[in-house]
Design a protein around this ligand. Structure first.
Ligand code: 13P
Length: 336
């Protein structure tokens, strides 16, 4: 078993998953302002530190994805954030892309940037304690999109990123996110997502990536958020599994889904059914941002010093996701 494979398995095995707390300052500012909290480095740290100190971290979280600001921060008690995360048994990870910019000659689409100087940044992050990384490519669905150009460029960038990350002894999370925005059907989402993931693996293979040392972070197969094609959770799970079975090489140890705008309960329910119906060998778990943090953030914003109430709600969410990652979630446990 390679070292990278061991790291990947440590993050996603035994009902554990990933807390995606790597919102850029811009995104975090929007999230904080939406609940009436001023976005300062201190407030961003306080919220994240409250989550990272929660009891549930020990049992259910295998890795936390951080943003550059957070990986460099220190708690009031003098512990660095990567140390706080590793003291719970989870591995610190870091988002290393520098964001999605307009793609030249297809300006309604995006290309993710961040390859320049990446090798040097990776060394610095490794020294700070990071053992895995994240890069997100983003794709929109419409009549003409995602274009072949957007699919090819983003897959290429994901592969070059992965090669540099593995060279620096860290596990790359490969996140090709096909957004749920639009009025497309779930079958279109299935077709487009399959095309995107296939192209990613073509490029990863070309760039000689050790596929046993990566984690794939895809979207689930959903109908567009403005679509009339409302499909059941059972259908979401079947179509998501069909997509992954046909596109992901067997060496890949696991898949950690993004929540992508699903509600907290929906994201748990769908992951649960994916695991109940999973006949592949892939571990299927969570790498949720909003679906782990939304309620906790709402409670925290009412009294930012009240760690207990925030942690209570976060612990419940994390536990529900972990149960879902084992196919053991139920409505009854959710509402207990
Ligand atoms: P969501 O679960 O909120 O979609 O965030 C996951 C993520 O890491 C997006 O890049």
């Amino acid at each position: 078993m390679s070292e990278l494979n061991k790291i990947a398995l440590k993050i996603i095995s035994n009902g554990k998953g990933i807390l995606a707390a790597d919102e850029s300052n811009g995104t975090m500012t929007k999230r904080l302002e939406a609940v009436g909290v001023t976005s300062t480095p201190e407030n961003r740290l306080l919220f994240r530190e409250t989550l990272f100190s929660s009891e549930s971290m020990k049992e259910y979280i295998g890795g936390v994805i951080l943003y550059d600001e957070t990986i460099n921060q220190t708690t009031k008690s003098g512990k660095s954030i990567p140390k706080l995360i590793s003291s719970s048994g989870a591995l610190p990870g870091i988002k290393v892309d520098t964001g999605a910019k307009d793609l030249a000659n297809s300006s309604e689409e995006k290309i993710t940037e961040g390859l320049d100087g990446l090798r040097e940044r990776l060394k610095k992050y490794y020294d700070l304690g990071a053992r895995f990384t994240k890069w997100r490519g983003v794709f929109t669905i419409s009549d003409n999109y995602p274009s072949k150009l957007a699919i090819k460029c983003n897959a290429h960038a994901l592969a070059r990123y992965s090669a540099l990350v593995q060279e620096n002894k860290m596990v790359p999370i490969i996140e090709p996110e096909v957004l749920m925005d639009g009025d497309h059907s779930s079958n279109i989402c299935l077709k487009k997502t399959s095309e995107v993931i296939k192209k990613c693996f073509d490029e990863l293979t070309l760039h000689k990536i050790d596929l046993s040392g990566i984690i794939l972070k895809p979207n689930m197969i959903l109908a567009g958020n403005k679509s009339k094609d409302k499909i059941s959770n059972e259908e979401v799970s079947i179509k998501t599994l069909e997509c992954l079975k046909n596109t992901v090489p067997s060496e890949v140890p696991g898949i950690a889904f993004l929540s992508g705008g699903q509600s907290e309960v929906e994201a748990a329910q769908n992951l649960n059914l994916i695991n109940k119906n999973n006949k592949t060998k892939f571990i299927m778990t969570y790498s949720y941002g909003r679906a782990l943090q939304q309620s906790a953030l709402r409670i925290w914003s009412k009294n930012t010093e009240d760690r207990e109430s925030t942690q209570k709600i976060f612990n419940h969410r994390v536990k529900m996701c972990s149960l879902a990652a084992q196919g053991k979630w139920s409505n009854e446990l959710e509402n207990k």
